[in-house]
Design a protein around this ligand. Sequence first.
Ligand SMILES: [Zn+2]
Length: 487
Amino acid sequence: MAALVLNASLLLTHVLLRVPPSDPLAEARNSIVSEDFEDLEAFFASDELRGRDTPSPELDRAADYLEMRFEEFGLEPWGNAPSYRQSVEFPIHVSPAGSVVMDWQRGIEHGSWEPETSCVLWRPRQDLRLGNISLTAWAWDGTAPPAPAEDAAILLSWPSAAGEPWQEVVFALGRQGWEAVILTMSDRDLLESAQEWSARPRIASERAPRLPATLLTTSPSLSEWPPSSKGQLQLSVPAWKVENGSSDNVGALLRGRDPELAKQILVVSAHYDHVGMGWGPGDQIFNGADDNASGTSAVLELAEAFSQLEEAPRRSVLFLTFCGEEKGLLGSREFVENPTLPLSSVVANVNIEMIGRPGDNDSGRGWVTGDQFSDVAEILNAGCESTGFEFIHNGMWSDRLFFASDNFPLAQHGIPAHSVSGGSMHDDYHQPTDEADRLDYEHMQEVVQALFLGLYEMAERPEPPRWNLNDPQAKQFASRRASSGSR
Ligand SMILES: [Zn+2]
């Protein structure tokens, strides 16, 4: 009996606590909860998604999921894209069918050696043929590599211990002028991991350093090298095949309720790609839980909360997730260079980056990059004032990172555009250890609830965000604004 009375009074308290009965803004905000972030991270940062490389089938799976959720929220496809997607195209390097061949000749004897247990880590841009080469054997011992003779390849035997800087050593060999490196390792597991890695297509970047053609093999050891040092030796390594690759930006539009202000669009964005996989011993999946499954999850939670409002805010909001950030801001550059909606209608961009790991003494706070350039941070703070949460200037990163994320291409087109982070540059940044179990989900809830209120404020107030024209750099950005009659 006593228990029943207690239950009844609890019920009553519960009902009373829900007063006021309908504050739609608070209700929508309260739909943003830490449990949702845990669920979303369990998908985006899972090993199954293989680090969401651009391009990769796993990134496309993430795109499918984003599209499905946007549709489920009742949001519209954006601009003149027929769907929720904008295709981003780029050349990719694919391994050709032919493999590395070493032809040898000794007197009248000749033959070819095509290593079976091998893979090519890096290929040249043009077919490489070295005739009559001399092969230098070198066991890495931490010292500088020998200088190459003409038409020379180096046979580098590698201690297959974890954490060795093999990549840096190959870079150094390339800088020294070696055209081909044959890397021998005894560890079969390493080779298998390298084979998986090298079979994946990669973006053919002009900016990539020039690397020597690099063949990894477990066989043979130096003493059993088939073409002996006495004979003549030719080495040919076919170049990369260049094909067309693509990934997608995925976005969805919430149309504003005010007939005039609805023509102005706030872009709320995050990149959903990460750096993919490495090869070597141990965990090689770069999960990117903080960078940037956290921002991606935030965009989804914000899209859901905004779409729950009975009345949309006055301005329109485009929820947008970019591919290819880690490959040089490819998705956001495509968005501004081949826009699917008039860029002149975009009045601000809040881009979300790494909100899962607050720095020391930074709970209850987030920070904005380039915050002094416009009034975006002020508006966010005005919106979330009641929560006690604050968007601040980060002395270490706010200035530097303004130029390093997807907000930047928009800023270059004159749109007040900033990245918001709730986090820190931790030791797991761009490491396989950036895993979902290291995130602070309560903090994510706090950041994104505050962002929701701040963005709502931005979408409601009569004036759109403005560049701070007292700042010379901001003034330059402002001057790039596309002129158009829509504002
Ligand atoms: Zn990032």
